[in-house]
Design a protein around this ligand. Structure first.
Ligand SMILES: CCCCCCCCCCCCC/C=C/[C@@H](O)[C@H](COP(=O)(O)O)NC(=O)CCCCC
Ligand SMILES: Nc1ncnc2c1ncn2[C@@H]1O[C@H](COP(=O)(O)OP(=O)(O)O)[C@@H](O)[C@H]1O
Ligand SMILES: [Ca+2]
Length: 488
């Protein structure tokens, strides 16, 4: 119960100026609804709004009017398919759902079919082949980014097969998924929830689902030699973040703290990776990775670029550019990747639904310089304002590690470099930096990719979440957020 809940001042109803619990005893015809209030740091809470009226027929009139209004809101889900990963994060997924989320769904009149997963990829495979999707208005994922990844793999794959699209072909235009996805954070990083809602709070996420919010989101497809590997919505990271993930998987028993230990270990290890990155810069769009503006609820950049993308596809994009060099990290952030560890994220100005990804290249540098870059993920300083870091907003990119390149490809690269000197740079050696050359793997939204040579393409607004993007702080309480008649 929230003492500071909204008060009723509608015509015909007595205004209630005391907390709900105090008012109940003196009321003649109390009618309680659940409504939303915004709290600090993007959290939402549920409050009771009690309408009181001494006139019975007028009360009934108001009740039916409110019911009619609620019935016209078609965006709110009535039937949800819920998948819970009981082993994600601190292994609290089941408890979080049962104690914090299920009671709210019940109060809001949302029916659910709950599946507690029994093994990795259970949710993905169920969605791919078995789930009767036509019975549901949305899918809810209780877990971390890895679990969310399972859900999108199941849904996107199923949608392509149903629409006759070949997921193995990197040039195919993918069909958008019609079912929205809700995320109840119960994982280790929960970056996708944090970057789309602004907080990792199960109650807030449940309320965004109940009110039927909608947030489109870009998805990257990752292929190797015309074979589909995975989809990604947040971070694709080779080098540092790939190694952190690989190392952390062996420490899963530690829970979320495994990332801190592996992060420290990989920072001290200080490996570098050699390869060729080619990318297709996004042209004609508004916004750059160095903007001060952020992707927020109702983002005009996403609306503009999304529209542009659907009208002109990739025709207006420029030519491929190639960079060969030695890198500590190659990261592609399709969204900010904000999370509690890095509140502004890996690419603070990245957009959720603009059809692009920010390709961040961190060249071989000293430990001290790399630490400066990493620390800027946690402060207000610009992590790109360093000579050894560059960032490009792209629609597509490819990576080929040096050890995978054939002699003829290496020769071709050298020729290309001499032709396009202006775009191609070869990293200079830094004998003092103490790096050792090594092989890495790709961290794809928290899953390790089986191949290192990849072709990545952004699919603009392929999926929709039950979210609205991060809101600017605002104190208003909207009446339309009343969501269910609880008692008469
Ligand atoms: C020495 C100071 C270092 C400070 C560095 C802080 C930078 C943190 C950036 C985190 C970006 C996270 C991007 C999201 C990745 C997740 O998808 C992935 C899987 O999440 P989950 O399934 O919920 O576990 N998480 C990671 O790869 C962890 C990266 C942590 C790196 C320290
Ligand atoms: N029942 C299960 N048993 C084991 N692994 C599972 C199960 N359900 C899902 N997984 C896998 O657990 C991994 C981590 O899940 P996630 O919810 O993202 O937690 P975390 O954030 O801690 O990594 C994912 O790769 C997912 O496929
Ligand atoms: Ca994007």
């Amino acid at each position: 119960m929230y003492r500071a809940g909204p008060r009723c001042s509608w015509p015909g109803f007595d205004s209630c100026s005391r907390p709900f619990t105090a008012c109940l005893s003196r009321l003649f015809s109390p009618v309680s609804y659940l409504s939303l209030t915004r709290c600090r740091q993007h959290r939402w809470r549920c409050a009771e709004v009690t309408f009181t009226c001494s006139d019975g027929p007028l009360c009934q009139h108001w009740i039916s009017s409110i019911r009619e209004q609620l019935a016209t809101i078609t965006s709110r889900p009535k039937h949800l398919l819920v998948y819970i990963n009981p082993y994600g994060g601190k292994r609290q997924g089941k408890r979080i759902y049962e104690q914090k989320v299920a009671p709210l769904f019940a109060q809001a009149g949302v029916s659910t079919h709950v599946i507690v997963t029994e093994y990795a990829n259970h949710a993905r495979d169920h969605l791919k082949t078995e789930a009767e999707l036509e019975k549901f208005d949305g899918v809810v994922c209780v877990g971390g980014d890895g679990m969310f990844s399972e859900i999108i793999h199941g849904l996107i794959w199923r949608t392509q097969i149903d629409n006759g699209v070949d997921p193995n072909c990197p040039d195919e235009t993918l069909s958008g998924c019609s079912l929205r996805i809700g995320i109840i954070p119960a994982g280790s990083t929960d970056c996708i929830c944090f970057a789309t809602v602004g907080t990792n709070d199960p109650v807030t996420s449940a309320l965004h689902i109940i009110v039927g919010d909608s947030q489109p989101m870009d998805v990257c497809s990752v292929h190797h030699n015309n074979t589909f590997l995975r989809y990604s919505v947040s971070l694709l990271g080779y080098g540092f973040y790939g190694d952190v993930l690989t190392d952390s998987e062996r420490k899963r028993w530690m829970g979320p703290a495994r990332y801190d230990l592996s992060g420290l270990k990989m920072f001290l290890t200080h490996h570098y990776y050699e390869g060729t990155v080619s990318y297709l810069p996004a042209r004609g769009i508004i916004g750059t990775p160095r903007d001060a503006a952020r992707c927020r609820s109702g983002c005009v950049v996403c609306q503009h670029n999304g529209q542009l993308h659907s009208e002109r596809a990739e025709k207006s994009d420029g030519e491929w550019r190639t960079i060969r060099g030695k890198f500590l990290a190659i990261n592609a952030a399709s969204m900010s990747c904000a999370c509690p560890r890095s509140p502004k994220g890996l690419s603070p100005a990245a957009h959720l639904a603009d059809g692009t990804t920010d390709l961040i290249l961190v060249r071989k540098c000293s430990r001290f310089d790399f630490l400066r870059h990493l620390l800027r993920h946690t402060s207000k300083d610009d992590q790109f304002d360093l000579t050894f870091v560059e960032v490009h907003r792209v629609r597509r990119f490819r990576f080929m590690p040096r050890h995978c390149q054939s002699d003829s490809e290496l020769e071709l690269d050298l020729q290309e470099n001499s032709k396009h000197q202006i775009f191609s740079q070869i990293c200079r050696d830094h004998p003092a930096c103490g790096c050792a050359p090594a092989y890495s793997s790709w961290n794809c939204d928290g899953e390790i990719l089986t191949h290192t040579a990849i072709d990545v393409r952004v699919h603009c607004q392929l999926i929709n979440l039950f979210a609205r993007g991060i809101e600017e702080p605002c104190l208003s309480v909207d009446a339309h957020r009343i969501f269910h008649l609880e008692t008469l």
